[in-house]
Design a protein around this ligand. Sequence first.
Ligand code: ACO
Length: 333
Amino acid sequence: MELMEIIKNNAKKNLKKIVLPESLEERTIKAADIILENQIASIILIGEKQEILETAKKYNLKNIEKAQIINPFSNPKKEEYAELMVSIRKKKGLTKSEAYKLLENPLYLATVMIKNGDADGEVAGAANATGDVLRPAFQYVKTLPGISVVSGAFIMIVKDKSFGDNGMLIFADCAVHPNPTAKELAEIAVATAKTTKAIANLEPRVAMLSFSTKGSAKHEFVDKVVEATRIAKEMAPEFKIDGEMQADAAIVEAIGKKKAPDSEIAGRANVLVFPSLETGNIAYKLVQRLANAEAIGPILQGMAAPINDLSRGCSINDIVNLVAITANQAAGL
Ligand code: ACO
């Protein structure tokens, strides 16, 4: 069975409440209809009920009435949510009246609902920029214990089945954190190993990538990856993590044997951790285009509850898939 089918079937077994704050956006409401029809998740839409139902009627959608609809202007939990927000960001100077105002913004309301336990996850971004989706999530949902940085992974499926696990590899960080420290890079490696297990259902073999393999080059950038590898191994001894290594040493068996003969994973890596967002983002896009690979993601990892950001160029199917992935992440937590 294809990976996305497995992910959707898993979601159906354990219905999670996923909030879609961009309810009136055409692709989002159409995706919500498909999700509700196929019972992939319970859906919460944020907006004015009448307006959402009229939009559903305009597009001839039959399932939107099954969604829970929350009006940001007359939300019965406004007081409770405002208090929660102030308790989280009092040190940052947030006042109750500012909290009330923020709760009228569906992107803030969605994250506070999650924090309060009224929703399990969120998918947004079809109509809003990455920063606007992520900032409320960073501020109110925050990161998992032991993790200080959120990052974005892609499941890459390449045609040549000799790479990774039957052509499947996980890349990170390709979406969020521009210039991680060694400690943050280690956290990204551990979070990606967990995503690999939870979403792709694979046993991770993590390569910490660099332009050097096992001391072949000397540079402060190499030192950062060496240090990150050390910290990641310490943080998660249960995972196979090794580095620093070049991309060919990581994924080509003969080169791995030659350049890193003592490595458990060289030549057989299925998780590639890039030293910076520049390298990760460029690499995933090149592999997607030049190798005609399927790229599923970004799957945001390290957050205390799953919140995923869509590309503004996304399709209805992308939204359905990301909701299913988000539901799987919520089940995993
Ligand atoms: N993980 C956890 N928390 C974070 C992170 C992170 N990666 N980055 C910022 N934060 C927190 C900060 O600590 C801060 O918290 P505080 O208010 O409690 O102090 C809050 O979020 C805001 O921090 P800023 O530094 O002001 O972050 P800003 O909102 O300016 O930027 C953003 C965050 C938008 C994610 C930025 O890092 C960014 O633009 N990243 C690149 C995103 C991008 O363009 N990706 C490529 C495209 S995606 C694609 O191609 C698939």
